[in-house]
Design a protein around this ligand. Structure first.
Ligand SMILES: C[S@@+](CC[C@H](N)C(=O)[O-])C[C@H]1O[C@@H](n2cnc3c(N)ncnc32)[C@H](O)[C@@H]1O
Length: 211
């Protein structure tokens, strides 16, 4: 399995993902509010795994520039349709991964990744690429499902769902392990918050700073 097969999975899922409802709207609003408060008007922002661009369209107006990226060209095509409907200077969408972007010259003041880090196959390597994409002192802000902290039944069901093509690749780690990996990639963890408005929250919102 490869990043090409991951892209195909998400291409196939893009239309239903675009139609799906946010499961915890209040929790999502809290994440947007906290992220917005951490961004500055002159920031150059990169979002990874942006999906159909919902978050990008909400946050891009508050910063200097906002590049929203995703491994799936179909997700990006839907995001671009939304952008045509409500154009925004400073916001651009592009099909790309952290690894590919890190080999280019552009650097960012903040990198965002929501519901994304559990989907990358080489998490330590991706975190190193994110570190390289930031200017010194730049912020990495993420919110990630930590399957290691979830009901063990999910871990049992996941391989079966993957076998029949109904689930993507997903890494299993706890919030503590994720924080450790982020720190090992050269970040200082500035804070960890929980934004869910209901149920057990296994998706820590982690703010890190490139040391
Ligand atoms: C669960 S969706 C989340 C979308 C959006 N960030 C949100 O919170 O609604 C995960 C997204 O990550 C993208 N993705 C998966 N693996 C990726 C990778 N290695 N690099 C970049 N994007 C990836 C998928 O195409 C998908 O759009």
């Amino acid at each position: 399995m490869s990043s090409a097969s991951d892209a195909r999975f998400w291409d196939r899922s893009s239309k239903s993902y675009a139609r799906s409802r946010i499961s915890d709207q209040a929790g999502y609003e809290r994440t947007l509010e906290r992220t917005g408060a951490l961004l500055k008007p002159d920031d150059r922002v990169l979002e990874l795994g942006c999906g159909t661009g919902t978050t990008a369209l909400r946050l891009a107006g508050t910063v200097e520039s906002y590049l929203a990226t995703d491994i799936s060209a179909s997700m990006i095509a839907i995001a671009e349709e939304k952008l045509v409907a409500s154009p925004f200077a400073g916001l651009a969408f592009r099909t790309a991964t952290a690894e590919a972007l890190a080999s280019e010259a552009a650097r960012f003041d903040a990198v965002l990744g929501f519901n994304y880090l559990h989907l990358v196959r080489d998490l330590a390597g991706t975190l190193r690429s994110i570190h390289a994409l930031l200017v010194p002192g730049g912020r990495f802000i993420s919110k990630t499902p930590c399957l290691g902290d979830m009901n063990p039944l999910i871990k049992l069901a996941l391989p079966l769902m993957q076998m029949i093509g109904k689930a993507p690749y997903a890494g299993v780690f706890s919030a503590q392990e994720l924080s450790g990996l982020i720190a090992a990639a050269g970040f200082e963890i500035v804070g960890t918050e929980r934004h869910a408005s209901k149920g057990k929250d296994s998706r820590p919102f982690i703010v890190a700073r490139r040391a």
